[in-house]
Design a protein around this ligand. Structure first.
Ligand code: NDP
Length: 450
């Protein structure tokens, strides 16, 4: 395809997971593509999200492994932990992946503008340098940023963005929120020896997950030493003379900590992009409204990923970017299927799930069958770790079709990825029962459920 009267066939704003995939695939389909990124190529997932977070989760988990290994005969006298070393190694790998992403774009002849871009006309984009370019299609893939609750002294807190770069670990941290980031970072900091207190505005953790799992996570987290304060909202944060922060909140006593971290959801990045100029409609949460093909209300402008707030997960953004490029440049109209998306929380221990929770299934189907296994993983038994795993399978009462699988325990995300294939394919409990177990594994519980 040639750009005709425009300089580019596609101009993408934002080089995160969705934007990069869209650029690469559009270019492979023959489009002339440019992308603008004001921060670093890779976006939230690579630079300050999933990737470095998972590395910290690995790093943190050694704390338990080093404790448990003694029951397996290991002597680990003299062990120590160096946060700065871990932080720098993680960031070095982030640099490596950032470089890989850049190379991928370059090898597909995508022009990269390392600067901010704004839509200034129907097909016109202005870069921070003042340069103006034109494109036949525009894709907005600007992601989202942490929401920061407003209160006096709110600016004294950090978000997960800054948590990756701390000079030293705080002795005590207050984490606000009860979702993914709060529970993941609570686990990370706690394993590193920081005293963690989670405060949440309600008494519900990880709202979209099955309650049996979140109850189990709460119970295990408390046992590991994490404090929870529910129905707590910030009143104010003050810096004390000793450098500590004093946090006042509703329904609870004030608390003194070295750091406050907000993990209270993410807000779509839509400001300063010229969306009003372009006449693009936003939804109630400030997200860009799109149709099944990620098209906005303006025919040649599309949006993918967190900025559309459909499902704020990297693999979903990637699929949306791919589907956009196939639709517009590959002559293959593709709508992303947002149903039955598996997901995981990399808490300690992790949670993973696919499909409906028990509550959702009861509401949707009326009659459901629930199969469950509540067990202690072999490794935990030898280690003397009183930590039980839970696997729950929800089936449609009418036909035994599996409509949801939920798990908390070691390797839950790894196990769930495979189980999700079966759920997506519409398999039944009988299909699982007909499959021979791999023994001894944690995953075998899935085919032995009663
Ligand atoms: P979540 O949506 O998971 O959780 C937000 C939490 O903050 C909830 O407990 C919510 O309470 C609370 N909250 C929301 N708004 C406010 C407010 N105004 N004041 C006080 N509390 C508030 O968001 P996260 O920030 O943890 O993560 C953002 C998104 O990033 C996730 O939704 C997920 O899509 C993605 N993510 C995915 C990960 C993964 O796949 N493992 C890891 C990290 C992030 P309530 O429940 O009452 O609304």
């Amino acid at each position: 395809m040639s750009a005709d009267k425009y300089e580019y066939d596609l101009f993408t704003i934002g080089a995160g997971s969705g934007g990069v995939r869209a650029c690469r695939v559009a270019a492979a389909h023959g489009a002339k593509v440019a992308v603008a990124e004001e921060h670093r190529i890779g976006g939230t997932c690579v630079i300050r999200g999933c990737v470095p977070k998972k590395m910290l989760v690995y790093g943190a988990h050694f704390a338990e492994d080093l404790e448990d290994c003694q029951s397996f005969g290991w002597n680990i006298e003299g062990k120590s932990f160096d946060w700065v070393k871990l932080r720098d190694n993680v960031m070095a790998d982030v640099d490596r992946i950032n470089g890989v992403y850049r190379k991928t774009l370059e090898s597909h002849d995508v022009t990269i503008f390392d600067e901010r871009a704004e839509i200034v006309g129907p097909h016109e984009i202005k870069l921070a340098s003042g340069k103006t370019v034109t494109a036949k299609y525009i894709l907005i893939a600007t992601g989202a940023r942490p929401h920061i609750p407003g209160c006096s002294g709110g600016e004294l807190g950090i978000t997960s963005n800054e948590a990756f770069h701390l000079d030293e670990l705080p002795k005590r941290i207050l984490i606000a929120g009860g979702g993914y980031i709060a529970n993941e970072f609570a686990g990370i900091f706690n394993e590193f020896g920081t005293k963690v207190t989670i405060i949440n505005r309600t008494d519900t953790l990880l709202r979209s997950y099955d309650q049996s799992l979140t109850d189990r996570l709460l119970q295990i987290s408390v046992k590991k030493g994490i404090d929870f304060r529910f129905n707590a909202e910030f009143e104010n944060i003050k810096q004390l003379d000793n450098g500590c922060l004093r946090v006042c909140m509703s329904n609870h006593d004030p608390i003194e900590v070295e750091a406050v971290m907000y993990a209270t959801g993410r807000v779509p990045n839509t400001e300063g992009l010229g969306l009003e100029t372009a006449g693009i409609e936003l939804g109630e949460k400030g997200e860009i409204k799109v149709d099944r093909f990620s098209k906005t209300n303006v025919d040649h402008i599309y949006a993918v990923g967190d900025v559309t707030a459909r499902v704020q997960l990297t693999p979903v953004a990637i699929r949306e970017g791919q589907a956009f490029a196939d639709t517009v440049f590959g002559d293959k109209p593709t709508a992303v299927d947002h149903s039955c998306i598996p997901s995981a929380v990399f808490s300690h221990p992790p949670i993973a799930a696919v499909g409906m929770t028990e509550g959702e299934a009861k509401n949707a189907l009326g009659q459901v069958k629930v199969y469950q296994s509540d067990f202690r993983a072999m490794k935990n038994v030898v280690a003397g770790r009183e930590e039980r795993s839970l696997i729950k399978m929800i089936c449609d009462g009418a036909n035994d079709k599996i409509v949801g699988i939920h798990m908390i325990g070691p390797e839950a995300p790894e196990i769930m990825q495979a189980a999700a294939v079966a759920v997506k394919a519409g398999m039944t409990k009988a299909d699982f029962d007909a499959t021979t177990a791999i023994h001894p594994t944690v995953a075998e519980e899935l085919v032995l459920l009663k």
